[in-house]
Design a protein around this ligand. Structure first.
Ligand SMILES: Cc1cc2nc3c(=O)[nH]c(=O)nc-3n(C[C@H](O)[C@H](O)[C@H](O)COP(=O)(O)OP(=O)(O)OC[C@H]3O[C@@H](n4cnc5c(N)ncnc54)[C@H](O)[C@@H]3O)c2cc1C
Length: 227
């Protein structure tokens, strides 16, 4: 849901670009990232509340905390508000999701994954997104549409390597046409903090070693570890 709201903001921004060709004119168009984030957070809060209320109405019991198996039929929950609760069940559905596994490079702590993207309070002027998967591809385009200078680093020659080859070709060339900077055959090797929110990203491209100065770094990784 937070992605969809942010995607919608990018879609609207692209609509404004097109609107001029349809005869619309407007001055002083501006975009307030922080306002979009606050409204998005509030909307998600309302949505979460609605889902919880409806589930409670359906007699679903919520136990908020971190669950671990003690044995096949016994789960211990360390409750968010302290204490623990034991739940017994014949069958258990495990749906713990996944977490990104950022590459083990110097400076990885300076990078963020997609959860961190949704915490960004102010719009970065320039970002690096790493990964040719759909999350990196979507987020780099959202940044671009909203006016951030967006750099996407991919290890191969095309984005979305696991998708249909026509989709790979069309999206790679369309992104380049739109002005998203795709750094192909590139692997990030190190990230340095330059202070004032500025980071330097080092990367190998083919057999060259290059460095580039970036204002802010966002990191998206395809690979996940299952908790
Ligand atoms: C940036 C981004 C964009 C995406 N866009 C789309 C999209 O457009 N369309 C689409 O269909 N999918 C999209 N996805 C994928 C989609 O979000 C996931 O497939 C989906 O959220 C997976 O649902 P889930 O319930 O399995 O896991 P999650 O949504 O990850 O939920 C798992 C929950 O379990 C909790 N948990 C973990 N361990 C424990 C534990 N031990 N005890 C208790 N709780 C635990 C976690 O805290 C989390 O709240 C996107 C994902 C990302 C990151």
């Amino acid at each position: 849901m937070p992605k969809k709201v942010t995607w919608n903001a990018a879609f609207i921004a692209e609509g404004f670009e097109d609107a001029r060709s349809y005869g619309f004119s407007f001055d002083n168009l501006s975009f307030d990232w922080n306002k979009m984030k606050s409204k998005r957070d509030a909307y998600l809060g309302r949505l979460r509340h609605m889902y919880e209320t409806n589930l409670v109405k359906e007699k679903v019991e919520f136990i908020n905390g971190r669950a671990t198996f003690l044995d096949k039929n016994t789960i211990e929950v360390l409750l968010d508000h302290g204490g623990r609760q034991i739940v017994n069940a014949t069958h258990t559905l495990i749906s713990v999701g996944g977490q990104p596994n950022l590459p083990n490079i110097p400076g990885r702590k300076l990078c963020i994954a997609s959860d961190g993207f949704f915490d960004i309070e102010t719009q970065p002027s320039r970002v690096v997104t790493v990964g040719a998967g759909y999350i990196g591809v979507e987020l780099s385009a959202i940044f671009h549409a909203l006016g951030t200078d967006s750099h996407l680093f991919i290890r191969g020659a095309k984005v979305l390597r696991s998708f249909d080859s026509m989709v790979q070709d069309v999206i790679t060339s369309e992104y380049e046409r739109q002005g998203i900077n795709i750094h192909k055959m590139s692997t990030i090797t190190r990230v340095e903090d330059l202070g004032n929110g500025k980071k330097r990203v080092f990367y190998d491209q083919g057999d060259q070693r290059i460095f580039s100065s970036m204002r802010s770094t966002t990191f998206s990784s395809q690979s996940v570890v299952h908790p």
